[in-house]
Each structure stands twice: as C-alpha cells, then as structure tokens.
Design a protein around this ligand. Sequence first.
Ligand code: COA
Length: 170
Amino acid sequence: MNGNERNCKIAVYPGTFDPATYGHIDIITRASNIFEKIIVAVSDNPHKNPIFTIGERVEFLKKIIEDLNIDNTEIDSFTGLLINYLKNNNTRIIIRGLRVFTDFDYEMAIAAMNKKLAPDIETILLMTSEKYSFISSSLIKEVAELGGCIKGYAPDIIANALVEKLQNKK
Ligand code: COA
C-alpha cells in the first residue's frame, strides 16, 4: 500500500495537552464532525516538562469525550516521531488548531518537517473559535498558580486537578 492509499477518514490530533483546554476540546469536537474517526494522540513531550503525567492527561481527555458523548474519538498516547505513529495507525492526516497569527510560524515549521519526513502526510489546520483564541495551557497554569480562577478555560475536572496539583507542589 503506498501512502496515498492510507486512510483519509481517520485523523490524528496530536498535542501535549498539559492540560487540555476548552480550545483543544473545540478542535476535537469540530474535527469529530468532519472525519469518521479522530485519534487524540497525547505526546509524552519531556521537553515541555509537563505538570500532569501522560496517564493523567489521557484520562482527562477520555473523561471529557465521554461526557460530551463523542463516540468516534479515541484517546491514545505516543512516544517518538508523530509520523511513525500515523503510519502505525494507517492514516496520513494530522489535525492542529490555529489560534492567532503567532501560532502560524510554529505550525508551519512542524507541518513542513513532518512533510519532509513523510511526504504523503497532510496537516489540516482548523481555526480555533474566536472565544478560545487567547487560551493556552501555559496561561491557565500560570493563572491557577497565582490563585486566579480558570473554570471558564478548562473543564472542572482539569481546573480542580490543576489547583490540587499546584497545592501539592507547595
Ligand atoms: N486552543 C487552545 N490552545 C491551543 C490550541 C487551541 N485550539 N491549539 C494550540 N493551543 C496551545 C496549547 O494550549 C499549548 O499552549 P502552551 O504552549 O502554552 O502549552 C500550545 O498551543 C501547543 O500545545 P499543544 O496543542 O498541546 O501541542 P504541542 O505544540 O505541545 O504539540 C506535538 C506538539 C506533540 C504535535 C509535537 O511536539 C510532536 O509531534 N511531537 C512528537 C515528536 C515529533 O514527531 N517531532 C517532530 C515534529 S516536527
């Protein structure tokens, strides 16, 4: 099977998701309405020094899609190169969210590198809904760390776990 015969009905939405925000959930929900199946692939990404373990990040996302009743979406984790993960899952579509123009350079670089490594792979960027365009995982961690309320930016399960995690760190 050559690359073009690989499945275009399944898309992988990769990220660190430390933690997932309503912005990520917006992308998952919309992608799940476009593709037959979405795999949300949580990267271990040690360079980002995540606050939540990979198991915690996976469990949060599982609970969220269960609560939202999104039945064509799976949550998984991966290590190593994303393109290899796609090959192993017999798909060639990567979904990423694009917020403001400052995301563009970063997304362009990742997409271009993935394309160099595996030319058959396509990256599809979904525009983040305007109301979530200013949310980022680091920002909500910073606000929580400084005692601010983040309930409007991430589901309660994540907001509560973040507060607890930060309290335990003190
Ligand atoms: N809504 C809200 N926030 C969003 C968002 C959206 N729709 N889209 C992106 N973001 C934010 C996140 O909150 C996060 O914020 P932060 O930087 O403050 O933490 C940031 O954008 C990006 O995080 P995330 O979406 O979790 O993904 P990532 O950029 O950390 O993921 C991988 C990068 C995992 C896709 C990439 O590192 C990878 O593929 N790694 C595997 C190894 C590999 O193949 N490397 C070569 C790739 S070229």
